[in-house]
Design a binder for this molecule. Structure first.
Ligand code: CA
Ligand code: CA
Length: 214
């Protein structure tokens, strides 16, 4: 009997150890999952407005699948330990003449951080930043965190993936073993400017923690 209990204890320890080490996300083990067809916002709430904008060809698309988040995850590369990668999977990724925003957020050391890529005018313009989020109006530390290399917002149409490559030195310098909590993703659609706010958006709920590897 004692032997069986010992074996059971060892098995439980092994299972616990395995579940702790499986912390890096990928498409099959994403930290964040989200349902399809769950877009909210002005254009969803007011379908007549959507129809009018379509009639005048201001909105050339028929659905919001290009901002519909289905999952999102973090990962790192041993070859580039100074970066954290954040990938967002979209139901059907495509560019529009309007402004789309793809972002992920998390908490580290009791501070809130985020990364976002804005794409507009059919990909003629991009704006990409990461940093601490603070203040009443959700201001980001953009001056510190603006990423100059716009190619680090990697868009893959075929796989419907947006990958954001984030220098760790602008997100609080996390080191191996550090834990990112309250992970979540958000995608939104705006007119070119932010004046009108979001026309449509998709927020995920909080996902699993991510443990920094390198
Ligand atoms: Ca969704
Ligand atoms: Ca959602």
């Amino acid at each position: 009997m004692k032997k069986i209990i010992n074996i059971l204890i060892i098995l439980m320890l092994v299972i616990t150890a395995l579940s702790v080490t499986v912390s890096a996300g990928d498409e099959y083990n994403p930290e964040i999952q989200d349902p399809e067809n769950d877009i909210t916002g002005k254009l969803v709430k007011h379908p007549i407005l959507f129809k009018i904008l379509q009639t005048f060809n201001i909105i050339p698309f028929k659905s919001f699948e290009f901002i519909d988040v289905t999952s999102a995850w973090f990962y790192e590369s041993e070859a580039e330990p100074d970066y954290l990668f954040a990938t967002i999977k979209i139901k059907d990724l495509q560019y529009t003449p309007l402004r789309t925003i793809y972002s992920m957020r998390w908490t580290f050391n009791e501070k809130n951080y985020g990364v976002a890529c804005h794409i507009h005018s059919n990909d003629e313009f991009r704006w990409f930043a990461a940093g601490q989020i603070f203040g009443l109006f959700d201001n980001w530390a953009y001056k510190k965190g603006l990423i100059k290399d716009i190619s680090d917002c990697i868009v893959d149409y075929e796989e419907n993936l947006i990958t954001l490559k984030i220098p760790k030195n602008i997100i609080g310098d996390p080191t191996p073993g550090d834990v990112l909590t309250f992970t979540n993703a958000w995608a939104g659609l705006r007119f070119i400017s932010e004046i009108c706010g979001e026309l449509a958006e998709d927020q995920t709920s909080y996902g699993n923690n991510y443990i920094i590897q390198y």
